[in-house]
Design a protein around this ligand. Structure first.
Ligand SMILES: [Mn+2]
Length: 243
């Protein structure tokens, strides 16, 4: 048994220093990489080594090194990725990030590498599979309250990964203004709040996604979905070592 922790790649955002608090003005034209640290805390506490993935590296180069991927939250995916015109400019797309993450996900699916998607990550998994999004669903965009606020109940399908992790229902936060419309090929809806898709799982690959933000809840550092990802990554790593 290999005791080395699995390596989980975390995606993030590339910003200009002018958009970051306290950057000296002379540096404003330089770029910086921005990752909410809660993801790294949760993945580390679950037993893996988290590593941030800078967007200037061709994403397929990461595939040989990583044991799992966490696609994190962020800006809207450019609607042309699912053949629609923009209907909102509230969270403007970051096309370089879209390109990086879609190619990263292609490498992961080819390799059979475990993937967890959170919020934008769920939407990216759906768009990657050919699905589409509702571009503006303000009743789920509860950005006026703290991010650990339990806003609504999610019902989980029986006999799926999410119900094996959470049981039949869970109270969650809600910090997303887009939702899944058409579901992509090979994906199943396994979590719902009323008529809104809150969870997706792949039919055959270790790909699971949630629309809420478990890492921002008070229970974030011990949320069992991160243990699922780390356990899957450990199995993936073991299988790779044997082959
Ligand atoms: Mn929601």
């Amino acid at each position: 048994m290999n005791e080395t922790r699995p390596l989980i790649g975390l995606t993030g955002r590339r910003k200009f220093a002018r958009d970051l608090v306290s950057a000296p003005e002379v540096l404003h034209h330089l770029q910086g990489d921005w990752y909410y640290a809660d993801y790294a805390h949760s993945v580390f506490e679950a037993g893996a080594i988290p590593v941030n993935l800078p967007q200037n590296v061709p994403p397929e180069m990461f595939a040989d090194h990583l044991d799992g991927i966490l696609l994190t939250g962020g800006a809207d995916i450019a609607p042309d990725r699912y053949d629609q015109e923009p209907e909102t400019d509230e969270f403007p797309p970051e096309p370089d990030r879209d390109e990086f993450e879609l190619n990263l996900l292609s490498s992961a699916t080819t390799a059979g590498m475990p993937v967890l998607g959170i919020c934008r990550g769920l939407q990216l998994i759906n768009v990657h599979a050919g699905g589409s999004l509702h571009q503006h669903v303000p009743e789920h965009a509860m950005f006026e309250q703290p991010p650990n606020t339990l806003s609504h109940t999610v019902a989980l399908e029986p006999d799926c990964t999410l119900s094996s992790v959470y049981g039949s229902s869970i109270e969650v936060n809600s910090l997303h203004h887009q939702t899944v419309d058409a579901v992509g090929d090979g994906l199943q809806i396994t979590a719902r709040s009323d008529d809104t898709v809150e969870g997706l799982e792949h039919d055959t690959l270790p790909i699971v996604a949630v629309q809420w933000h478990p890492e921002m809840l008070d229970t974030g550092r011990t949320d069992p979905i991160f243990r699922w990802l780390v356990d899957q990554a450990a199995s993936y790593r073991e299988a790779a070592a044997r082959s």
